[in-house]
Every structure is written in structure tokens, then in C-alpha cells.
Design a protein around this ligand. Structure first.
Ligand code: XMP
Length: 317
């Protein structure tokens, strides 16, 4: 029978045996998975783990700075790389979701590879792949149909000619959290909702611009902070804000406005494979709607997504 303590002990031994005194490079995302994986590897090989955290300009408001700081406090050897302009440049004019994912995946690999080359003599690539990533990428991405390309699975090792260290490959999300708790990772990381690799790019339907990212970051930050303040954040599995490619009419004073709509999404789930929309209190939703419309310039309408998965998905792209 599985216990976090036994898993940690066994896994640290395995990593030591696999890696020896060689070096591992790993990309951190700020999410639970990569953080727990990095800490396990760090436990096994210490300063031979080199971490890279890329700012693709598609993270939540202030996320890059805050998370980079926390990593440093955890003692991880981490380099933050600002690549925002590169990502915005290549995403300009692209609205197809799969194209966005491919561009983001490719750029991420390019930036990561460049950084890894600078490090020299790296033999292994660490990854926070968990079991649902493995099954989804096998069953969903058949040879003819690609429903969704998860850029955080595969791709890197073949290109980089490195061995792979994936300590969480057979765990589900709740097990990852239990392991994280076992090795003393802060609840701020462990309780964090999952966030997709392509980030806000797939929560801005259609074309991405720096202005739209900034608008969505503001609205999303109001929503996420609101969930925290009302004690709702930990009651949902994932939440986020989606910027719709729709403008609709509104009034502000004597003026008619013609501005954007955001959809608020919150779901309950065990592993993200199926999900129910979260029955958030109307009073809370009303307050979020007011706050967002009053504080975020360019948004005059807020809707709440009441679709479950299946047949809908958690994300809108
Ligand atoms: P869906 O939208 O398929 O999402 O119900 C299920 C879970 O996967 C996340 N997701 C992604 N994660 N790259 C990722 O790393 C992606 O392209 C991607 N698309 C969806 C989503 O946020 C949810 O947690």
C-alpha cells in the first residue's frame, strides 16, 4: 500500500541511482507538479539540479516575480528568463488554438534549450509529468486526431539527447500534493490550482495582444483574490477567467460602451478528466461581476460558465 513517506524514500534513492553525480536541468512552471518534482530531485542530488523558470508573458498577474522569489527561498538553484516579447511577437495574428499551443511549445523549447546549453555538461532532463498527462497524451493524440497537444509532455528529450527524470510519472494530482506535504513544500504551492502550460494564451479566445493579456490578468486577479477572500479557492479544483472575442453594448453614464466580455470558470474535479461546474454563491458572483466591470477598463460584461466536462472541457480552447 502506497504512503507518501515510502514513496519519497524510494524515489529519492531511485533518482540518486539514476543520476549519480551528473547534472539535471529542469523547467519550473510555478505549478504543483514541477515544484514537487524539483524538490524531490533536489533532495536526491542537491545543487546538481539546475532550474529554469521562463516568463512567457502568459502567466497570471505578478506570478513570475512572486513564484521566482518563492523558489529562491526554497533553496532551489533557479534562473528566471524574461521571454515575453519573443512570445508576443510570434503569437501576433494567430488565433487557432492548436497553432497557439504549437508556437508556445516550440518557443518554450527554444528558450529552454538555449539556457540549458549555457549550463554545459547536463546529462538529464527533469520533468513534473504526472499520470493523467501520460494517459491523455497517449489516448488523445492519435496519429490522425490531435484534440489537444500538451506541450509539457514529450518533445524535449528527443531533441536534447538527455535521459529523463520523471519522479511523478505514476502519481495522480492528490498523491502529488500528499508527497509535497511530506517533504515540507508550502501550502501556497500545494494548494495552487492547476494552470495550463500555454497559460492565458488559451484563455484569450482568438488573437493575443499584450493589451488583452493585461486586461485578462486584471480581471483574473480580482476573481482569484475574491475566491481566496471568500474561502472558496480551496473548495474548487481549478478556476480562471476567459476573455471572449465578443464585444457587446453597455452604458456608462450617458455613454454607450462597446466592450469585451469575460467568462468566469470554476470547476470541481478529482483529476481534471471529468469536472462539474462549481455552484458558487450568487452573492459572490455578483460582487465579482461588479468589481471586474468597475475596475477593469475594456470589460463591460461578465458571465459564469455552467458547463460540465464532458461534454464541455475545462478550458475554452
Ligand atoms: P480540458 O480543457 O482539456 O483541461 O478539460 C483539462 C486540464 O488540462 C489543462 N490543460 C492544459 N494543460 N497544456 C497544459 O499543460 C495544455 O495545452 C492544456 N490544455 C488544457 C486544463 O487547464 C485542465 O487543468
Amino acid at each position: 500500500d502506497w504512503t507518501p513517506a515510502a514513496f519519497v524514500q524510494e524515489t529519492v534513492e531511485k533518482i540518486k541511482a539514476q543520476v549519480g553525480d551528473k547534472k539535471v536541468v529542469m523547467a519550473l512552471s510555478g505549478g504543483v507538479d514541477s515544484t514537487v518534482a524539483a524538490e524531490l530531485i533536489h533532495k536526491a542530488i542537491g545543487s546538481n539540479l539546475y532550474c529554469i523558470f521562463v516568463d512567457n508573458g502568459l502567466l497570471r498577474k505578478d506570478e513570475f516575480e512572486t513564484v521566482l522569489d518563492s523558489y529562491k527561498h526554497m533553496g532551489l538553484n533557479v534562473k528566471g528568463v524574461n521571454a515575453k516579447d519573443l512570445f508576443y511577437g510570434e503569437l501576433a495574428g494567430v488565433s487557432d488554438p492548436e497553432k497557439k499551443r504549437k508556437i508556445i511549445g516550440r518557443l518554450f523549447i527554444e528558450v529552454f534549450q538555449q539556457e540549458a546549453i549555457l549550463l554545459q555538461n547536463i546529462s538529464f532532463l527533469g520533468q513534473g509529468t504526472i499520470y493523467p498527462d501520460v494517459i491523455e497524451s497517449v489516448s488523445v493524440n492519435g496519429p490522425s486526431v490531435t484534440i489537444k497537444s500538451h506541450h509539457n509532455v514529450g518533445g524535449l528529450p528527443e531533441k536534447m539527447n538527455m535521459g529523463l527524470v520523471e519522479p511523478l510519472r505514476f502519481l495522480f494530482k492528490d498523491e502529488v500534493r500528499r508527497v509535497g506535504r511530506e517533504i515540507g513544500i508550502s501550502e501556497i504551492f500545494l494548494g495552487r490550482h492547476p494552470f495550463p502550460g500555454p497559460g492565458l494564451a488559451i484563455r484569450i479566445l482568438g488573437e493575443i495582444t499584450a493589451d488583452k493579456v493585461a486586461m485578462l490578468q486584471e480581471a483574473d486577479s480580482i476573481y482569484i483574490e475574491g475566491l481566496r477572500e471568500h474561502g472558496l479557492y480551496d473548495k474548487v479544483w481549478q478556476a480562471g477567467t476567459i476573455l471572449l472575442p465578443v464585444q457587446s453594448v453597455g452604458v456608462m453614464g450617458d455613454e454607450r460602451t462597446y466592450e469585451f466580455t469575460v467568462a468566469l470558470r470554476a470547476v470541481t474535479s478529482v483529476d481534471g478528466m471529468t469536472a462539474d461546474w462549481a455552484h458558487l454563491p450568487y452573492e459572490f458572483l455578483a460582487q465579482m461581476s461588479n468589481d471586474i466591470i468597475n475596475k477593469v477598463k475594456g470589460i463591460n460584461r461578465v458571465v459564469y460558465d455552467i458547463s460540465s466536462k464532458p461534454p464541455a472541457t475545462i478550458e475554452w480552447e
